[in-house]
Design a protein. Structure first.
Ligand SMILES: Nc1nc2c(ncn2[C@@H]2O[C@H](COP(=O)(O)OP(=O)(O)O)[C@@H](O)[C@H]2O)c(=O)[nH]1
Ligand SMILES: [Mg+2]
Length: 416
């Protein structure tokens, strides 16, 4: 069994070439039109017709012009000849599909075939790759070194793109467009961040209410502050809770009140709260704890509003956990701002190493942060918010990542 390809200027010519060499009983396996020569086989060149034919008899010498016609003989599993002595075309196709040599040749010749669709698709893909490259390059080339690296490091702290741009612009103004990532660079970054972190510690007087999502640490924060104000500063503090959703919640604060040695009351309804607050007027500072509200639930927010309207608090703390994802943090603020948030308390700073979202939130909301909490211990794990604390936490993390990334680059260099 021999398989050969014949090429002619017309299909007829190609077929007669096959027949003249392999005999009249030749089996035509495939025919196709293709362009030969030209630039990369794509442009220009001559249109020719190719016939792939198979026959059993031994080859006759031929002077016909052939192209790529030396195909290895097929393996021994030749299809059985039918009653006319010719193998079934389906069987031959099956053998062809199993023969890697032939598949490889077919692939090569397919690549040189002119196919207008493939060509335009190819051009389209090339254009798309070009566009993508330009886009990527524009993104990267936006900042000269080392600001490109700084942008990456700030993004890994989950600062928004907008914040990163502002910070870098400010850094470039102070440090120039080319500088080293040395100690003075990091100090400058700390200073830039300090200007974005607004803090304010309310004077401990009047009524302060604590709102925020469930489990962020509201009750613990109320206890920490009560202890701090009463035990450290000798202020006359009273605790009130409107969190009657879980019995344990009221008991949690009651226990703290007993330990600290200050009065405590539970308000089940806004009316009760109004009554309690009137009675409690003589206390210098009243801290009101609320139930963890699902910030996505309008019902919960409306319930909270009813208590808020009665409380007429001087300070409304929105307590948010530092481990909350950027988007959820902004969403929690967006939902809660209608209750008239005046300050933030950021909790669980000990549980994360990513501080960008907190800095973004302060900038976007223009609400100052009053306290940071960094552990479960009452009353120790709370501190008054200072811009430098948050700025330094972020800068320390950025420096660490920079060290790690330059260490990796150095290792790679030595490996080479
Ligand atoms: N690691 C850590 N855990 C905290 C912090 N503040 C509160 N927690 C814990 O978070 C959990 C929920 O606190 P809780 O005050 O009951 O949250 P609430 O539902 O908002 O009142 C408790 O296990 C607290 O001990 C903090 O700053 N760091
Ligand atoms: Mg609570």
């Amino acid at each position: 069994m021999r398989i050969k390809r014949y090429v002619g200027r017309t299909m007829k010519e190609a077929l007669s070439l096959a027949r003249s060499e392999l005999g009249e009983d030749v089996l035509i396996l495939s025919t196709r039109k293709l362009r030969r020569g030209g630039f990369l086989g794509l442009f220009g060149g001559e249109v020719v017709f190719e016939v792939t034919a198979a026959a059993e008899e031994s080859p006759k010498p031929s002077k016909s012009f052939q192209y790529q016609n030396t195909v290895k003989p097929l393996p021994t599993q030749v299809p059985p000849a039918d009653k006319h002595g010719t193998a079934s075309i389906y069987q031959l196709r099956e053998i062809l599909s199993k023969n890697p040599e032939i598949r490889k040749e077919e692939k090569t010749s397919r690549n040189t075939q002119t196919n207008p669709t493939t060509h335009s698709e190819l051009e389209e893909i090339k254009d798309m790759i070009g566009d993508l490259q330009r886009l990527v390059l524009r993104g990267k080339a936006q900042y000269p070194p080392p600001y490109d690296l700084l942008a990456e490091l700030l993004e890994s702290q989950e600062l928004s793109r907008d914040s990163v741009e502002r910070i870098i612009r400010s850094m470039m103004m102070h440090c120039g467009s080319h500088c080293e990532m040395d100690e003075s660079f990091w100090n400058q970054l700390t200073d830039v961040l300090i200007t974005t972190v607004r803090t304010d510690i309310p004077f401990p007087k009047g009524k302060a209410i604590f709102v925020g999502p469930t489990g962020v640490g509201k009750t613990t924060t109320v206890a920490k502050l009560a202890a701090k104000y009463h035990l450290d500063m000798g202020i006359d503090v009273m605790l009130v809770t409107v969190d009657t959703f879980r019995i344990a919640a009221a008991d949690q604060l009651r226990t703290y009140a007993e330990l600290i040695g200050i009065p405590f009351a539970v308000a089940y309804t806004p009316k009760e709260l109004s009554y309690i607050l009137k009675e409690a007027e003589e206390h210098k500072l009243i801290l009101i704890d609320t139930a963890g509200k699902n910030p996505h639930s309008e019902l919960h927010i409306n319930e909270l509003m009813a208590f808020m309207n009665v409380a007429e608090a001087d300070v409304v703390y929105l307590v948010l956990s530092a481990v909350t994802r950027h988007r959820d943090l902004l969403e929690a603020y967006r939902r809660m701002k209608k209750v008239g948030v005046t300050h933030f308390v950021f909790t669980k700073l000990d549980e994360t190493r990513v501080f960008g979202p907190l800095i973004d939130l302060i900038r976007i909301s223009r609400v100052p942060v009053a306290y940071f909490t960094n552990g479960q211990r009452v009353p120790d794990d709370i501190e008054e918010a200072k811009p430098k604390v948050l700025a330094s936490l972020l800068v320390e993390e950025v420096k660490e990542s920079e060290k790690r990334s330059s260490g990796r680059t150095e290792e790679k260099r030595q490996d080479r």
